[in-house]
Design a protein around this ligand. Structure first.
Ligand code: APR
Length: 223
């Protein structure tokens, strides 16, 4: 049903949330950026309903589908997605591969394989790589808007707070790189359950703090 689809224009940015006093902020060592606060969003929604350029699937290394968001994406995309995935010869944990989106409202699907939290010595490094590689693949394919599911925080049991911190920090590092200036117009963290939403409400302000202007403290200019 077209009415339950959501486009970036209908999703508030972090800057909007600060200006509307809908997002608490905490002391942060990170430099506030009006530009970046206009790119980042986080919501609680079904990722298969987003009309963005690409969505990021929490897949497994076979790329042959599964439960959770992987199952939802394959059900919504249709069988052609599985056929294309089957030809990709799998995906290593921490890596990301792109396919068409078929019946989904987005244009492409980026499949990344997160760490199984209790099975890896350094799951944080693998999860950091998932976000970094997904962003790289999106930019390589001229994607302007990208929506992430909360990678590994379901069946793979990654603690939500730690995962949200990694996602926020890696995205900030990527967007801060001069070579990536202007490459992405919107990065949306699309949560499905409350525990992940609460984690992003805590971690996003740490890596994307408000500018004085967004807090209504000055009408000065800021980057
Ligand atoms: N839209 C957005 N997010 C969703 C949706 C949806 N429709 N359905 C589930 N999620 C969220 C979950 O709430 C969780 O926060 O996706 C996040 C990732 O959870 P899983 O889908 O369980 O993925 P993950 O923990 O990375 O485990 C991957 O699960 O489904 C299998 O094939 C997959 O083997 C792989 C494993």
């Amino acid at each position: 049903m077209a009415s339950d689809l959501l486009s970036p224009a209908e999703i508030p940015t972090v800057g909007d949330l600060y200006r509307q006093k809908r997002l608490q902020h905490y002391h942060s060592q990170v430099e506030p950026s009006k530009t970046l606060n206009g790119i980042i969003s986080f919501i609680r929604n079904d990722i298969t309903k987003l009309k963005v350029d690409c969505i990021v699937n929490a897949a497994n290394s076979s790329l042959l589908g599964g439960g959770g968001v992987d199952g939802a994406i394959h059900r919504a995309a249709g069988e052609s997605l599985l056929a294309e995935c089957a030809a990709l010869d799998g995906c290593d944990p921490g890596d990301a591969k792109i396919t068409s989106a078929y019946e989904l409202p987005c244009k492409k699907v980026i499949h990344t394989v997160g760490p199984i939290y209790m099975h890896e010595d350094s799951p944080d490094q693998t999860l950091r790589s998932c976000y970094r590689r997904s962003l790289e693949v999106a930019v390589e394919n001229s994607m302007k808007s990208i929506a992430f599911a909360a990678i590994s925080t379901g069946v793979y049991r990654y603690p939500s707070d730690e995962a949200a911190e990694i996602a926020s920090e890696e995205t900030r590092k990527f967007l801060d790189m001069p070579v990536n200036n202007g490459k992405l117009e919107r990065v949306i963290f699309c949560n499905f359950v409350e525990k992940d939403m609460e984690s992003y409400e805590w971690k996003i302000p740490q890596f994307f703090p408000p500018t004085p202007e967004e807090l209504g403290q000055t009408n000065g200019t800021s980057t």
